[in-house]
Every structure is written in C-alpha cells, then in structure tokens.
Design a protein around this ligand. Structure first.
Ligand SMILES: Cc1cc2nc3c(=O)[nH]c(=O)nc-3n(C[C@H](O)[C@H](O)[C@H](O)COP(=O)(O)O)c2cc1C
Length: 414
C-alpha cells in the first residue's frame, strides 16, 4: 500500500523518463485520416484537447504499419516514405501542457473485415469463430520471410514516430490482433520457430521489441498493450500472459498496459448488462485489477490497467493498492477530454459513461454502436464542436451507418 500516492503524483519510468501524473489515455481508434491515410488536421485538434485536459500520457489510436493491414477504413498508416508533416503536427499538439504522446502501432492479422482485405494473413490459417467468419475471411498462414518483413515494418514505423516527435511508442499486443494471434495457442498452430511451444509463440513479441529497440535507441520509451487473457477456450491464458509480461520486463520494456479479450470475446469493453460481474469488480470498477495484482508481485516495470475506471475514489484506491501505476482510461475521455483536470480539482469526481444502446440488438451490432458512439464524440472534438454527452444512440447508429456505409455493418472492436 502506498498511502501518499494519488493521481497527481508524477511517475518515472525505468528509463528515467517522467510522466507528470498518473492519467493514461488508452488508445482509441479515431478513424481520422485523410484519403491518403495520413493524419487529418482534426486529429491534432483532438490530441490538443486531451493534452490540455490534463492527461499525463496520451496513447494515440492504433496506427497501422502498412496500408495492406487496415483494421478499419480511415485508419492512419505510418510507413517508410510517408509525409511526416501531419504526424509532426499531431506530436506537437499532443505534447502541449507537458503531456506525453505515444503512438500505438498495430497490425490486425486476421481481424480485417473482408470488405477491406479478402486475403488476410495470420500466424495460422484458422478462421475467427462465433459468427465472425461471415465477416472476416479465413486467413492464410504467414510465410517465414513475411514474419520478418512485418517485424521490420514495425521497427521502421517506430523510428518514424520518434522522428516525427512522438515521445514513445506502444505496440498493440492485445485484443486479438496479430501480436495476440501469435501469442494464442488457439490461433497460432505453426510448427516453425514462431509457433508450438509457449516459448515459440512469444518469440514474435520479443523479436518485435528487439527490432523496435534497435530502431529507436536505448532511452526512447517502448510499451506494450497485452491481454491478461483472451477469454476463449484453448486461448491465451492468464498464466501464459504472466510469463510474457515477465519476459518483456526482463528485456527492458518501459511500460506494460493490461487489457483482455478479442473480437471473439470482447472483454476489454466490460460485460454487457446480462453477463454476471463479480461484486469485487463492480466495486473496484476496473476489469483486470485482480490479474494486475498477481503480475505486480512479479515485475517492477510500470503497469497500467485499462478498462472500467470511472470514479476518483476507485482510481485512487487502485493506485494505492499498488496494482497499477497509472489509470488507463478510454471511453470517458472521448466524452470528457478534460477528465484529468476535473479529477485533479475534485478527487471524488465520477463520470457515468453508459454503454450506448438503441434497445434493438441488431441495430447496435450493425452500427458497431459501442464503438461508433465514442468515435463520433472524438470527431466532434476534432472538428471543434462540443461533445454531446446526451448524443442519442439512435442518431449515432444512423450516423455510423451513413458515414461508414457497408463497413458499419461489420462487427468490430478495438
Ligand atoms: C472507440 C474506441 C476505439 C478503440 N480503439 C482502440 C485502439 O485503437 N487500440 C487499443 O488498444 N484499444 C482500443 N480501444 C479499447 C480501449 O483502449 C480500452 O481498452 C477499452 O475502451 C476499455 O477502457 P474504458 O473502459 O476506459 O473505455 C478502443 C475503444 C473504443 C471505445
């Protein structure tokens, strides 16, 4: 227990970099790119709003390492030869007010809807289940040299992020995307050095780290977002996850963010109203604290738990318990970009961010409402409009169906 710790306390990472407070804005895919898949001007406006809102560390929405590997339309891509000017504008805006802005890098693997890519790649040619096979094509297994190319691309994108002024990078290793597909015994059934044993399955994540570290130098912050578990039968378990966290800590990663779930089992967004939630989770708000407590006893690396935090008292209790070093927050910051300032002024401050629903399940799913509603708030901020905390779910669903057209008919998660 660390009684004097509050969310106003600065934090120093294991590479000596200091973050001004304990608020961590978790990645939210903004879908604010130009047609050329570069950041639109509105993205910098959004990052400025978060920086001015008092958050210590902003993680961008996932930036893809290749235009063939978009998880959603209008995602930003950063690859060799890109025009860095719009990235520089985002980094400048995101570092206002003493904030850090780290770029989240991602490759979706098989989690690419078929309207975006008919031939996705993955560690093994195993389709997504649970009805998702109608929306996502069965992937083909990556060739060995393709695995090497993807690692090189991650490293190149990381070096470019640094060059553009981002103050760190985070690899998206959670939520069922390519990195988490490599880690999963269910999705990775390769027989070469990249699959099979737990040691082989974690090789990809460790090689990624090594390549990125080489590209950005020793002192530059490199973090990973990882699943505490995939919550799938025969999937990545919490014991395996702990082994990966320990291995990443041992090689010197600077920060590990904990989440959980995949498109097949979206635990990262919390349980919907019908699913049972433990009383202790309800009280502590955050979904993955129990897991983080177990990890905390094994590593010293900065840990961030994301998912479910809504009130000052629960955030402070989590920090004081030592289970998390920072408070990872996503959806509330799409509605209240100045949430950190509000909490710094009033430690009891609490937001209520309900899961948006039209009451008609098929419309909620078709419009990807639990994502689209928040995306629309981010678009409002980016376009200089005030957020609409009372934005009607029906309007958001219609807006989503109109703006993303057929794609909105796909189920997608972040
Ligand atoms: C609109 C939206 C987009 C998201 N995009 C990403 C993403 O790009 N990368 C990622 O790691 N998580 C993404 N997430 C998940 C969040 O980072 C976070 O894990 C999840 O929302 C739970 O945290 P919360 O309860 O504070 O919202 C997204 C969530 C939402 C609502």
């Amino acid at each position: 227990m660390t009684e004097s710790l509050t969310f106003a306390s600065p934090l120093t990472l294991n590479n000596g970099v200091t973050i001004k407070n304990r608020f961590f804005k978790s990645a939210m895919s903004e879908q604010l790119s130009t047609k050329a898949l570069l950041p639109a001007p509105s993205l910098a406006v959004l990052y400025r709003a978060w920086a001015q809102g008092g958050v210590g560390l902003i993680v961008t929405g996932n930036v893809m390492i290749s235009p063939d590997a978009l998880g959603e339309p209008r995602q930003v891509v950063l690859e060799r030869g890109a025009d860095l000017a719009p990235f520089e504008a985002c980094a400048k805006a995101g570092t206002e007010n003493g904030a850090h802005v780290w770029m989240q890098l991602n490759h979706p693997g098989k989690q690419i809807p078929k309207i975006l890519n008919k031939k996705p790649v993955a560690p093994s040619a195993i389709p997504l289940g649970g009805g998702l096979e109608k929306i996502f094509n069965t992937p083909r297994a990556l060739l060995t040299q393709e695995v090497d190319t993807i690692i090189t691309r991650f490293a190149e994108s990381a070096a470019l992020a640094k060059q553009a002024g981002f103050t760190g990078v985070q690899v998206h290793g959670a939520h069922g995307y390519l990195v988490s597909q490599f880690l999963s015994p269910r999705h990775n059934q390769r027989t070469d050095k990249w699959g099979g044993s737990a040691e082989n399955r974690m090789r990809f994540v460790l090689e990624l780290y090594k390549a990125i570290r080489k590209a950005v130098g020793d002192d530059y912050p490199v973090g990973f977002k990882l699943n505490s578990a995939d919550f799938m039968k025969d999937g990545f378990s919490d014991n395996e996850s702990m082994a990966v966290v320990e291995a990443l800590a041992a090689v010197g990663v600077n920060l590990i963010e904990i989440s959980g779930g995949t498109y097949e089992s979206p635990e990262m967004m919390g349980r919907d109203n019908k699913a049972p939630v433990k009383e202790s989770t309800q009280r502590r708000e955050a979904y993955f604290l129990e897991y983080a407590e177990k990890v905390r006893s094994r590593i010293d690396t900065t840990l961030v738990v994301t998912g479910g935090f809504r009130s000052g008292p629960a955030m402070n209790a989590a920090l004081r318990s030592g289970a998390t070093d920072m408070i990872g927050v996503a959806r509330p910051l799409a509605v209240y970009p100045d949430l950190p300032n509000r909490l710094l002024n009033d430690h009891e401050y609490t937001v209520s961010v309900k899961r948006p629903t039209t009451g008609i399940k098929i419309i909620d799913l078709a419009s990807a409402l639990d994502i689209a509603w928040f995306e629309q708030q981010m678009h409002r901020i980016g376009n200089g409009k005030p957020v609409k905390a009372n934005l009607s779910p029906i309007r958001a669903a219609v807006g989503s169906l109109i703006t993303t057209g057929v794609h909105a008919l796909q189920k997608r998660r972040a």
